[in-house]
Design a protein around this ligand. Sequence first.
Ligand code: NI
Length: 180
Amino acid sequence: MALIEILHFPDPRLRKKAIPVDKVDDQIRQTVNDMFETMYAAPGIGLAATQVNIQQQIIVIDVSEDKSAPVCLINPKIITKDGEEEMQEGCLSVPGIFETVRRAENITVQALDQQGVEYTLDAEGLLAVCIQHEMDHLDGKLFVDYLSPLKMQRIKKKMLKMKKLDASEQHNGSQSANII
Ligand code: NI
C-alpha cells in the first residue's frame, strides 16, 4: 500500500470529471486500498479519487471514530434524496477551512463495492453529507463552490498564500543543506 498526494484547491485538476470504472479488478482494488490508507493517514473521513488525481468514480469513506466502518463506493448513483440539513464541512483538499453547507438529509445510493458487487446504501446525517461531498468531487465540484464569490475568493487567496509558504520552507530547507 502507498500514500498518494492529495491535491489542494485551487489546483485545476480538482475540476476534472471522473469517469465510471469499467471493471473492478486488482488494480482498482489497489487504488481503493491506497485511498483508504491516504484518507486514514491524513486524517480524514472521506476521499474521492479526483483528490488524488485519479479520474475514476471511486470514493472511500469512514465516518466512525475508530476506523471500523470503511465504505467503498465505485460508480455511485444517488437514487433518492429527501430532507435538508446544514452541516459544517471541511475538506482534505481545502485544509483549514470549515464552512456550513446545505445538503439532502437522507439519501439512498447505489454503488459497487471493492469486489465489484452492486449494493444499495441508505445514509443519513454525517454519512449522507460525506457521500454527497465526495460525489461532488467526482464531478469536479468543491464545497467552497456553495459559498459566496467573496468568501470563495478569500479562501482562494489564503490557499495560495499557504502554498507559497510551503514552497519557501522547502526552498530554505534545501539551501541550508548546502551551507558547509
Ligand atoms: Ni473534500
